[in-house]
Design a protein around this ligand. Structure first.
Ligand SMILES: C[S@@+](CC[C@H](N)C(=O)[O-])C[C@H]1O[C@@H](n2cnc3c(N)ncnc32)[C@H](O)[C@@H]1O
Length: 349
């Protein structure tokens, strides 16, 4: 997924820097602003117990799959409906169920009526065909779950697979602030639902869908990794379509772009007047041995404030690397084509 602020390209830098600072007794890694789960999943693969959190529900679902799910899924109760499941290897079952969903007959429901150019809408987030396929799959997943034919773990796996796959065929310039006025090539291709990555290991993990500044009072970790938004772009408005597909709660939509109401998910880290105070509150209440903070040199919170806040908690240090800019909007005017990405840290007293 082409996610704003994704740390996928910075993973080696983040992993090496963190491991060069922490001691060998660290076992619990907390990714408090997890997004797509990139950083937490790397530490899960390294054997850490991971606590993961994000305020957005689609991100919660992605992390339930990538972090929390850690055993193979067998779709035991779908054998009557999908015969192929009865005589295949356990590890192939996920792709069989995804293929079954991909091949369902399209259905005209919420996605079709609101996000594709249909009878009731002019919006062009998806072609009619892909929107109907999305509706057919999402309703089927919900029916299976409500009738207890799939477990919670299987439910999150399927929704995560659907969200990630639909995002691939969405007719946008990577975020959902607006749709394109013509269908780009990729969006015209037929939706294929691909199984989301599953990391198998013995450790159990925790995933939350809360405001980080509230959750911080309830969790304890060894390494606390913070990757909050660093500019004014709210994730709730930039990924509202994914939020609705994940929740499938058929909300009231507003305006040309079909935004859902998102007051309760507005991040204080995107607001100049609140960002520094929010970080200060978070750091002060963190119950952890080490704090790491990814932040860009162009972020809302000035570096001297970050240093002051972390120094108040323990011994401060930082790493830095040059990073090619994330481009999502051709109208934005950028001054440079790279930024400096910092990884600030402190060893807590
Ligand atoms: C820079 S992104 C994280 C990217 C992530 N590290 C990745 O590689 O995909 C910031 C994330 O913080 C979440 N977020 C913003 N404000 C939050 C808050 N107050 N509490 C929890 N999550 C928040 C956003 O929804 C977004 O997913």
């Amino acid at each position: 997924m082409n996610y704003i602020g994704s740390k996928i390209k910075l993973l080696p830098f983040i992993e090496e820097s963190i491991l060069s600072v922490v001691d060998n007794n660290c076992k619990v890694f907390c990714d408090l602003f997890a997004g797509t789960g990139t950083v937490g999943s790397r530490f899960k693969e390294k054997g850490f117990k991971v606590i993961s959190n994000d305020i957005q529900y689609y991100a919660y679902v992605l992390n339930k799959q990538l972090i929390d799910n850690h055993k193979e899924l067998n779709f035991f109760s779908l054998g009557d409906e999908i015969k192929e499941l009865n005589d295949c290897k356990l590890e192939n079952k996920k792709s069989i169920v995804c293929k079954y969903l991909t091949n369902l007959k399209g259905k005209k429901s919420f996605i079709y009526h609101n996000y594709s150019p249909s009878e009731k809408s002019e919006r062009m987030y998806f072609t009619n065909e892909n929107a109907m396929k999305g509706d057919a799959s999402r309703s089927k997943i919900e029916d299976w779950y409500q009738s207890q034919k799939i477990t919670k773990n299987e439910y999150y796996f399927l929704i995560a697979s659907l969200i990630k796959s639909m995002d691939k065929y969405a007719n946008v310039l990577s975020v959902y602030g607006a749709y394109l006025k013509y269908f780009k090539k990729r969006a015209q291709k037929q939706l294929v639902i691909e199984p989301h990555k599953l990391i198998i290991n013995k450790q159990s993990h925790e995933v939350y869908n809360q405001d980080a500044n509230k959750l911080i009072h309830e969790i304890k970790s060894d390494i606390l990794y913070l990757d909050p938004p660093y500019n004014s772009r709210q994730y709730a408005s930039n990924y509202h379509v994914l939020e609705t597909i994940a929740k499938y709660d058929k909300p009231k939509l507003y305006g040309k772009t079909g935004l859902r109401e998102y007051k309760h998910q507005r991040s204080l880290y995107c607001l100049k007047e609140h960002a520094t105070k929010s970080l200060e509150h978070l750091v002060q209440h963190a119950n952890t041995k080490y704090i790491f903070l990814s932040y860009s040199n162009e972020g809302i919170i000035p570096i001297k404030e970050i240093k002051r806040i972390l120094e108040g908690k323990g011994e401060y240090g930082y790493f830095e690397t040059k990073y090619s800019r994330y481009k999502s909007d051709s109208k934005r005017v950028y001054k440079a084509n790279f930024t400096i990405e910092y990884l600030h840290y402190c060893k807590c007293d």
